[in-house]
Design a protein around this ligand. Structure first.
Ligand code: TXA
Ligand code: MG
Length: 343
């Protein structure tokens, strides 16, 4: 199959909508990461997503809608006051809510669970595509399973060339980490995956929040995760990654010692402004401003660059877990299989 890469125009959106309606797959931009979309109401179309990504069949997909009116037929039991408060505050945007699912959602989307994740993205191209398709769109991140999520159309092409007919190029994604996944089926909203909508923001809108314990640690032997995605070593660079936590100068000394002892070379991930702490050693900056938002926006591109260059050993500074920093440390922590050293 020949994969076309087209800029976002009314014509390319119409073509992409036709592909989705016809049961095919399209790579498209959202404000978080690029998605790999199919008609969420068509189990056969959704099965192709799993094939193209090499995704395990027990990992459910998020269903994307462009308006609130599309949600009622997809869920069961109505929308709680807390869920409604979150929707009002943060949709459209980088937030996915887990509801009990209706029979309209095929088992391929929910991977056999009785719930469904719904998200209303804010990216204009994503919204236009859902409207052009005329159906809700099931979409995971558009990477091959186990690779960092794509934040540019080029990343999608690197992973999906020859596997899908069309990628819409909407430039780099603004948020850069995937949406916050929040289970709203219980009494208190529970964060299953941190993202651009932070626990602080959730508490402000809904009055309370819990962060699932598995967000910042590996799963325990035999533990059944609330979100199947937590089982998989997502976001894994090919090199071995270790994170160092502590005061900046002490972290830099510890990293330099390990870097200098590496026989085959290594790379350092450091916050902008910290380069000078590492002398002439090989540093990849995490973002361009010292803010968690900036680190989030650059993180997956940096991890991909390390893979492209075949770096075997990576040492990274930790990021403060406040705000979107929790999402950054969740992704970085998983990429490092939670090898975090305190100095
Ligand atoms: O920002 C995003 O969420 C992107 C863009 C394309 O919207 N999508 C995305 O999808 O990251 P994916 O499939 O790569 O990650 C979805 C995560 C997985 O960890 C999955 O296990 C979890 O959400 N998930 C989906 N449905 C769920 C459900 N019903 N219950 C619990 N977890 C669910
Ligand atoms: Mg993914």
């Amino acid at each position: 199959m020949n994969t076309k890469l087209l800029p976002v125009t009314p014509e390319s959106i119409a073509e992409a909508g036709g592909i989705i309606r016809g049961g095919g797959l399209v790579g498209f931009p959202t404000e978080t990461v690029y998605g790999l979309g199919a008609n969420a109401l068509d189990g056969d179309a959704v099965r192709q997503i799993f094939r193209a990504k090499g995704r395990p069949g027990d990992n459910p997909l998020i269903t994307h809608v462009a308006s609130e009116a599309e949600i009622a037929p997809l869920i069961r039991g109505g929308i709680s006051d807390q869920a409604r408060a979150l929707m009002r505050a943060y949709w459209p945007g980088p937030m996915t809510l887990i509801f009990p699912k209706s029979d309209r959602i095929p088992p391929e989307v929910s991977a056999g669970l009785d719930t469904v994740g719904i998200r209303m993205p804010s990216h204009p191209a994503a919204r236009a595509l859902i409207e052009a398709a005329g159906v809700p769109i099931a979409a995971p991140s558009a990477n091959r399973s186990g690779r960092p999520s794509p934040t540019t159309a080029r990343h999608v092409l690197d992973d999906m060339d020859g596997r899908i007919p069309l990628i819409l190029d909407g430039g780099a994604c603004a948020v850069g980490v995937e949406s916050t996944v929040i289970d709203v089926t219980g009494r208190v909203p529970r964060v299953l995956r941190p993202g651009g909508v932070t626990p602080e923001m959730i508490a402000a809108a809904a009055g309370a929040v819990e962060v699932d314990g598995a967000v910042m640690r590996p799963l325990r032997e035999g533990e059944k995760p609330r979100s199947p995605g937590m089982k998989y070593r997502h976001y894994a660079p090919e090199g071995a990654l270790t994170i160092f936590e502590g005061e900046a100068a002490a972290v830099a000394r510890a990293i330099c010692a390990r870097y200098d002892a590496a026989p085959d070379g290594a790379a350092i991930l450091a916050l902008p402004g910290h380069e000078a702490l590492y002398g002439g050693r090989r540093v990849l900056p995490l973002g361009d401003k010292d803010s968690a938002e900036s680190v989030a926006a650059s993180l997956f591109a940096v991890l991909r660059a390390l893979d492209d260059e075949g770096v075997k050993l990576i040492f990274s500074e930790a990021v403060d877990e406040a705000g979107v920093g929790l999402a950054v440390m969740n992704r970085l922590g998983r990429a490092a299989a939670f090898h975090i050293e305190k100095v």
